[in-house]
Design a protein around this ligand. Structure first.
Ligand SMILES: [Fe+2]
Length: 279
């Protein structure tokens, strides 16, 4: 699929007049063609609905990032329903694919009044760049030379803007053997590009179905719980986690800092079948 290099400009008036930009990250929704589809015994659509309702009730934000594995089966129907959920949030939403997704099917089927295919978002003080780390037929991630060139050029083009990078796969080891095995394979090449550009202040991803936050030089590294099933932090083999589904809020400050928190949906039980040993 041809790389989309077009830019979406978000004006201060679209950020409620604030110098800061507030956004919401949703990740790893794993919707199925059937709306009652289950992952490890959990209905993924009903947990996503609970997350969307929490955002609607409790979060002010300017745009949405959906960071892959939006579908479990890459079906047209699953992306159409994902589109309907994203449109409920009534703010611009942007997406990047995960290992369970089909980028072409997403491009065709994620449609809605507030849904955009742009991979660069420019605001007054920030640039957000979405990268496709998915590899057809593989679970691990990889950034093609085209993707690395796109990143390098976008960073060169707006060197004066603080930058948040967004992708599906984790670009660092997280201390969980089975997940470290399916992260971004060419993370060294990715980090080599970043070493040339000091304006990168944050990297945000999904894939590992758990909260993670570390600092690396002047960057904040962040991953976010799935809107459905969680994976147990630190597990050496596949292991579902007991924590609730969730999402992440981020505030990109005018001074280049990032304030962020993970929100878990604790208002109802989410039952997972722990006897299933894979996903
Ligand atoms: Fe996932």
């Amino acid at each position: 699929m041809k790389l989309d290099t077009t830019t979406f400009h978000l004006s201060p008036s679209q950020c409620r007049g604030s110098e800061d930009v507030n956004l919401v990250q949703l990740t790893d929704c794993h919707l199925f063609a059937r709306s009652d589809g289950k992952l490890l015994g959990l209905e993924t659509e009903s947990s996503l609905r609970a997350v969307i309702e929490d955002i609607q009730q409790n979060t002010d934000f300017d745009f949405v990032l959906a960071t892959g594995d939006l579908s479990q089966d890459a079906s047209e129907a699953s992306y159409q329903r994902m589109s309907q959920f994203l449109d409920l949030l009534k703010k611009p939403a942007f997406w990047t694919p995960g290992n369970h997704d089909c980028p072409q099917q997403m491009q065709n089927s994620i449609q809605g009044k507030n849904l955009f295919h742009h991979k660069r978002i420019i605001t007054q003080y920030w640039q957000v760049i979405l990268l496709d780390s998915s590899v057809r037929g593989k679970v691990h991630g990889f950034l093609t030379q085209d993707a690395l060139d796109f990143l390098h050029n976008a960073l060169n083009d707006k060197a004066e803007l603080n930058t948040l990078l967004v992708l599906h796969h984790q670009p660092v080891q997280i201390g969980s053997a089975w997940l470290d095995n399916i992260g971004l394979k060419n993370n060294a090449e990715f980090m080599a590009v970043l070493a040339l550009h000091s304006q990168v202040k944050g990297i945000l991803w999904g894939h590992i179905h758990q909260e993670y936050q570390q600092n690396l030089s002047n960057m904040k590294l962040m991953s976010t719980p799935s809107t459905c099933v969680q994976f147990e932090p630190g597990s050496q083999d596949f292991e579902a986690g007991s924590q609730s589904p969730g999402y992440r809020r981020l505030c990109l400050k005018a001074d280049g800092s990032i304030e962020t928190e993970v929100i878990r949906i604790e208002s109802q039980p989410f039952v997972v079948d722990y006897s299933i040993r894979g996903y």
